[in-house]
Ligand binder design. Structure first.
Ligand code: NAP
Length: 330
């Protein structure tokens, strides 16, 4: 029987996550019961939402308790099956968390001929779908409009800006550092990118990059960047509140100054949680796969090697050290 290794939660972090908040435990791999498969995980996705799951504040999904295996989406290979539709060797998308092996009834078979397996955790998975439905359904971009997205070089942001270009919009990114901004404009084809870490006058930079104002702001970060963008929105603009990563490790929440702009400009500000579109994932995935196949979407990954380094990978992601979709190769 293979040996399993799993990261469990050792304590709920206060402020920034630390490696001590996790504990690596070893045990025998579990046996599949009727209807289940035993899966050897190959890839683990690290995502900003994990900070919410290990905190103590109320969130939209159940949190991880101390002693439980860390949550996370995984791609793996079936090694033993008591599931009617799956056989050993099948590649599957699962929610088995930070561990080498796991058993589950809920495994979605994926096709490795269509795309590299890791893509099902990124551009052809939850982050890609977040970008697709958030922009299309809440942002509702129209040709000629200006779309701004923060965390623009990341898993969600990079897709949002490229989809905005496909929709005929001006796409402006906000990202931390010259290298990320160069990638966003030169590789991904955005019209402009603001390096918020170097820029002393963020408001002025937004004005220069968006001479006709902003029609859609896809917010991945919250805080001062959201506040600045609110003041630059056009009449009847749309703000997609997708993530507030600048707040996730903060002990004091940022307090918005520019809420008046919502009233004055009749903005639509809507929170977005990707699960709300689960009945339409097929439509989103077909569109993303089509763009990818036609070379209209580019994609980049940031890979940490080995389960042992998963906590470090999450900490780096939350600090913006990732450059592209953050994954762990198991
Ligand atoms: N609502 C949903 O259903 C849903 C689904 C998926 C993701 N999300 C949210 O979408 C956002 C992006 O997620 P992702 O998976 O695509 O991650 P990502 O963008 O690949 O990585 C996170 C990025 O956030 C940026 N960041 C970190 N701290 C920041 C700060 N204080 N201020 C500004 N930027 C900061 C960093 O980029 P820079 O170096 O450019 O700062 C970092 O690389 C997150 O907020 C996440 O929670 C929401």
């Amino acid at each position: 029987m293979p040996q399993n290794k799993a990261w469990t939660l050792a304590s709920h972090p206060t402020g920034w996550v630390k490696e001590e908040n996790f504990k690596l435990v070893t045990s025998a791999a579990p046996q599949p019961a009727g209807g289940e498969v035993l899966v050897k995980n190959l890839w683990l996705s690290l995502d900003p939402y994990m900070r919410g799951r290990i905190g103590t504040a109320k969130s939209y999904a159940k949190g991880v308790s101390v002693g439980e295996v860390m949550v996370g989406q995984t791609v793996g290979e079936v090694v033993e099956s008591r599931h009617p539709q799956l056989k050993p060797g099948d590649k599957v998308l699962t929610q088995l968390g930070w561990q080498l092996f796991g058993v589950t009834q809920e495994a979605i078979k994926i096709d490795e001929r269509g795309a590299p397996l890791s893509y099902y955790l990124g551009i052809l998975g939850m982050p890609g779908l977040t970008a697709f439905f958030g922009l299309q359904e809440i942002g509702q971009p129209k040709p000629g409009e200006t779309v701004v997205v923060s965390a623009a070089s990341g898993a969600v942001g990079s897709v949002v800006g490229q989809l905005a270009k496909i929709a005929g919009c001006r796409a402006v990114g906000i990202a931390g550092g010259r290298e990320k901004c160069d990638y966003v404009t030169r590789e991904l084809g955005f019209d402009a990118c603001i390096d918020y870490k170097a820029e002393k006058d963020l408001r002025g930079a937004v004005e220069r990059a968006c001479p006709k104002g902003v029609d859609v702001y896809f917010d991945n970060v919250g805080g001062e960047i959201l506040d600045t963008l609110l003041a630059r929105m056009n009449l009847f603009g749309r703000v997609v509140v997708c993530g507030l990563i600048s707040n996730y490790n903060a002990t004091e929440p940022y307090r918005l100054q520019n809420l008046m702009a919502v009233l004055v400009n009749r903005l639509k500000v809507q929170g977005m949680i990707v699960f709300d579109w689960k009945d339409r994932y097929g439509e989103g995935l077909a569109a993303l796969a089509g763009h990818l196949a036609r070379g209209r979407l580019k994609y980049r990954e940031s890979v940490v090697q080995g389960l042992e380094n998963a906590p470090r990978g999450l900490i780096d992601l939350l600090q913006g050290k990732n450059f592209g979709k953050q994954l762990v190769k198991l």
